[in-house]
Design a protein around this ligand. Sequence first.
Ligand code: T3D
Length: 263
Amino acid sequence: MSTSIAPPLLLRARADGVLTLTLNRPEVLNALNDELLDAVTAACTDAATDDSVRVVVITGAGRAFCSGQDLNAALTGDGGGVRDHLNGHYVPAIKAIRGLEKPVVAAVNGVAAGAGLSLALACDFRIAAESATFVQAFVRIGLVPDAGGSHFLPRLVGTAKALEMSMLGDTVDATQAVGFGLATRVVADGQLAAATAEFAGRLARGPRSVGMIKALLSTSLDNDLAVQMAREADFQEAAAATDDFREGVTAFVEKRRPSFTGR
Ligand code: T3D
């Protein structure tokens, strides 16, 4: 009797300080089920304490980035239990990405829809393949944006564009997405892996303060100037105590390129 082992729903690969997480349910365009969401949470939580990981990349297997909630699972049809489901599986995943004091890059290789778009928006950067698309799909099935989508989207594209995308649910292509600030950059389909590696590699070679910058800027639109400047002082105190700050200044004085270690 032969037994077959199911492939992991989330693939993890690491190289040169970059941990790449690949959503691996290509037959349903990487739709999110509980196991996959929990695996994303666990991977990002692990990355927080793993000094060998300087940057996380999230991408999708096959022709899609992520089609959002698996519509064959979880939804009860009468709305019951959705709050618990969101709080139990989506909120931890989004918080793990946002709370990770390391850059997270979405390599958007195809459609990002519904909570799949929210997942991409929770990342710090979105490198989009030319054929990638972005769909606030919730309204198409009578839902509202969730998984942080209503928080991130207006901050990236402005309230009017966020309302338009969310209420109409139209497909936005990669070039349009870059035009209004949703995507960081668009690259030829065949160049996505290389462009993402180059982008993530630059971040991975950066100093410890790269992660602090993420944490510092995460509150900038919510705090007033006084509170935010107090946070700047806190983070600067911490940054000035890093090995990388010492290396940065030493390299400047010695007129050479700094070699940062992330410590
Ligand atoms: O419980 C809770 O916590 C609520 C949370 C909700 C959060 C949400 O994300 S709600 C939004 C859920 N997502 C969607 O509504 C998007 C559904 N998918 C689509 O609209 C389309 O598939 C796409 C626009 C993403 C792509 O269209 P297309 O034409 O390129 O592909 P396709 O033919 O529709 O899909 C290919 C296959 O993937 C197909 O299966 P088949 O026919 O080959 O066996 C399709 O059923 C499957 N698939 C796509 N998306 C999902 C999915 N299966 C399950 N769940 C999906 N989300």
